[in-house]
Design a protein around this ligand. Structure first.
Ligand code: GLU
Length: 475
């Protein structure tokens, strides 16, 4: 059974890069009838918070990336918060200590730092120098008597560490660059590498899919799996998310948190679609895919190892496509919170339909809805459309038509505008010369949704009123 996990540290909002990791894990679990575990890595008590954990879970749910086991729903291998797994780490550390695979280290932070600086100054690798590796029982007792409390270090065996990465192929690290690393700190808490391995082992994770930044940690992890006598999982380290300048995607490239995109009115399906496409091409070249479609056609073996460069324009394009692909009533529901001043209007769905071709994000709705509010005072470019004889004739005619027809729906408005256009085209006028004066008279703007929508939403009486006002201004 395939078991994957997403293991966020709750120290900030869910980052786009982490969301991509979650997505790949989720796609593998869904595609292979596997299980997805959500594990909260909150061992850094100072930087972690329950609020951040909640926000990460909420954003994952919003993205549609649900998990099968996790801190909120439990599961066979609970608990799923590292802060609640202290006993499990202690038990495993005790085993390594007993078997001589780990040893107590009494060095203080200051001593370690001092020796590290010395190593750097002498051009040696700044790894642990093995100071406490071979202490005698007597020497240990002396240190304990000084009041020192030991941390535990893993005794890294000599030789090369090899593992197969599903994306990068064979990886080899020399143990000489690793140095004996901490498995528990001197306050008894588990170190990062140790807790990850104990958790992956005891949660029976079969595939570890995570960012390339963990690649060097993996050498340590493989050693720990072997020392503890657990099978080593399969690894896939995906490329990191980069800004256009090739540096790791960070705030200086723009918004990095999923939450920012959610608040700006991006659709979850567009984000997951985009994040998948960053490192993968759909087999039939069809790029616009919902999450379910992604799950069906995604194949982790086709993932690309090249850097994934974030491209906002492509995301915008996809978001527009997802907006237009969505059934109108679903879209209206999603749009409502973004246009609170309008969502109660009986014709709100029609308003949304009218701007479908233009909007990129739902966050732009208030801007596009303005056209249905109070008319603007025509600006420099719009004003000339309300001058001259032709405009006068067009508006006069529009007013007469409006007063003789009841506008009940979009069809009525379409007919009205079509017949107005027809009449003046026959007299040799261009479509713009007919439509622009009407548009500017009704909204004060040169741009906006197709005229029939405007006429329908404003209603016949309001339109007459605005035409009359425009005509009065022209005389
Ligand atoms: N908690 C780690 C992080 O947020 C992930 C560790 C892992 O995937 O092994 O970077």
């Amino acid at each position: 059974m395939i078991r994957v996990r997403f293991a966020p540290s709750p120290t900030g909002y869910l980052h786009l890069g982490s969301a991509r990791t979650a997505l790949f894990n989720w796609l593998v679990a869904r595609g292979e009838s596997g299980r997805m575990v959500l594990r909260v890595e909150d061992t850094d008590r100072r930087r972690s918070s329950r609020d951040m954990e909640d926000s990460i879970l909420e954003d994952l749910r919003w993205l549609g990336l649900e998990w099968d086991e996790g801190p909120d729903i439990g599961g066979e291998y609970a608990p799923y918060r590292q802060s609640e797994r202290g006993d499990i780490y202690r038990e495993h550390a005790g085993r390594l200590l007993e078997e001589g695979k780990a040893y107590p280290c009494y060095c203080t932070l200051e001593e370690l730092e001092e020796r590290k600086q010395k190593a750097l100054a002498e051009g040696r690798a700044p790894i642990y120098d093995g100071n406490c590796r071979e202490l005698t029982a007597q020497e240990r007792m002396e240190r304990e008597a000084e009041g020192r409390r030991p941390a535990l270090r893993f005794r890294v065996p000599e030789g090369d560490i090899e593992f197969e990465d599903l994306l990068h192929g064979k990886m080899r690290f020399s143990s000489s660059v690793i140095g004996d690393f901490l498995i528990t700190r001197n306050d008894g808490s588990a170190g990062f590498n140790f807790s990850v391995v104990v958790d992956d082992a005891t949660m029976k994770i079969s595939h570890v899919i995570r960012g390339e930044d963990h690649l060097t940690n993996t050498a340590r992890h493989v050693l720990l799996f072997q020392a503890l006598g657990y099978p080593v999982p399969l690894y896939l380290h995906q490329s990191l998310l980069m800004g256009s300048d090739g540096a790791k995607m960070s705030k200086r490239h723009g918004a990095t948190a999923v939450r920012n995109y959610r608040e700006a009115g991006y659709l979850p399906g567009a984000l997951t679609n985009y994040l998948a496409l960053l490192s993968w091409s759909p087999p039939e070249g069809r790029e616009v895919l919902g999450l379910d479609e992604l799950a069906r056609s995604f194949d982790i073996r086709q993932l690309s190892a090249s850097p994934a460069v974030f491209d906002r324009e492509k995301l915008d394009w996809l978001n527009g496509r997802h907006i237009r692909n969505m059934p109108l009533d679903t879209l209206v529901e999603k749009a409502a919170p973004f246009a609170p001043g309008w969502s109660g209007h009986p014709l709100f769905p029609l308003m949304i339909e009218s701007v479908l071709d233009n909007i990129v994000t739902l966050g732009e709705l208030p801007f596009y809805m303005e056209v249905y509010g109070e008319p603007a005072k025509p600006g420099e470019k719009a004003a000339p459309w309300l001058r001259g004889d032709t405009a006068l004739r067009v508006l006069g005619r529009a007013l007469r038509d409006l007063s003789s027809i009841e506008i009940e729906d979009l069809e009525d408005a379409r007919e009205l505008i079509a017949s107005l256009k027809q009449e003046f085209l026959e007299k040799g006028m261009k479509p713009r010369e007919v439509l622009m004066p009407v548009r500017v008279a009704l909204t004060g703007r040169e741009r906006g949704p197709a005229l029939p929508y405007i006429v329908t939403v404003l209603g016949g009486t309001e339109c007459e009123e605005r035409l009359r006002r425009a005509l009065a201004g022209m005389e």
